[in-house]
Design a protein around this ligand. Sequence first.
Ligand SMILES: Cc1ncc(COP(=O)(O)O)c(C=O)c1O
Length: 383
Amino acid sequence: MRSSNRGNVDPFIVMDIMEKASVASSLGKDVVHMEVGQPGTSAPKAALDFLEKTMKKDPMGYTVALGLPQLRKKIASLYGEWYNIDIDWNRIIITPGSSSAFLLTFTSLFDVGDIVGLGNPGYPSYRQIIKALDLIPKFFQTGKESNFQPKPEDIYNSDVQGLLIASPANPTGSMLDYKTFNDIHQISDEKNIALISDEIYHGIEYEKKAVTALEITNSCYVINSFSKYFSMTGWRIGWMVVPESHIRRIERIAQNMFICAPHVSQIAALGAFNGKFELQKNLLVYKENRDVLTKGLSEAGFKDIAHPDGAFYIYADIGLFSKDSLSFATEILDTVAVAVTPGIDFDPVNGKTKLRFSYARTTKEIKEGVRRIKSFMKKRNFI
Ligand SMILES: Cc1ncc(COP(=O)(O)O)c(C=O)c1O
């Protein structure tokens, strides 16, 4: 049968590793999961309780395309609480996960052939969604010297029509400081580049609060989600904040593409705002895990580790041990039953010598993962 060139996107390799790890688990192997980018915890109890109560009296039909006004107002209040800024709730649009917010964003802002800049390494689906929409990704190589964020001068010297910033970033956990973010905004403004900020890991920061693009400008698209800080990945619920003049555009596209985000998930998300105590407890676990894993990997012989400012990942160099991160990750899984993600998911070239470790699960699991990785590295005479 006919097929499109646009559909020839690469697989999301972490999903393939997850599949392999779950087959191993089903065969009775006790796998430590450090591949998945999701909390091991459930949605906050307050979310579940509120949903249970509401479901008894509400038939849960479609909501309006932009989402429940109560939820949009709650999210607006989060901007006051987290960043001390006032956001008109009408600018907040509820989406089926942040993944669909990317579809809405790229469809709203770009035409076929437009170039969208993004940091490399980066979240793999960005470049696949860009390709599937017949847009062209332009990669800005990042490294330690720029804290794994695109450099303003590279953006200035480029020919992009759009720019996607992620802070904290996946896979490095690196964050943009206010000044660099502001410089990037100035350049985008001057060169008429549409600025998109993926803020899905906001709330999971360790030393200082992440900067939202909305502290700097209203002329941007901000994308966020209930998946990470709110621990609700499978509920498929996220949001975006757009300039006032773009609300109706997004509403028209969203009506046609999705009708609305799942009603049940919108209700649960509303309830999640009463679960902050539980969510803050999760944060303390991530912080402890980060310290356990950083120390453990260094003891296991990993010399070059990106220090995460936020999110729940460590991106580590394995160039001393292997030039093929996929087979290295497979070997770790097969030998000591620890699932990790090969760097090629995030950077097809330099990622051949990188692994991403997720520390979003319990501290007990992270300690066990570290113990097994050390034993693997000893077996292979790397330490
Ligand atoms: C940086 C980043 N953005 C977006 C997403 C998509 O998240 P969701 O669709 O669950 O909101 C992820 C998922 O891991 C991510 O890491």
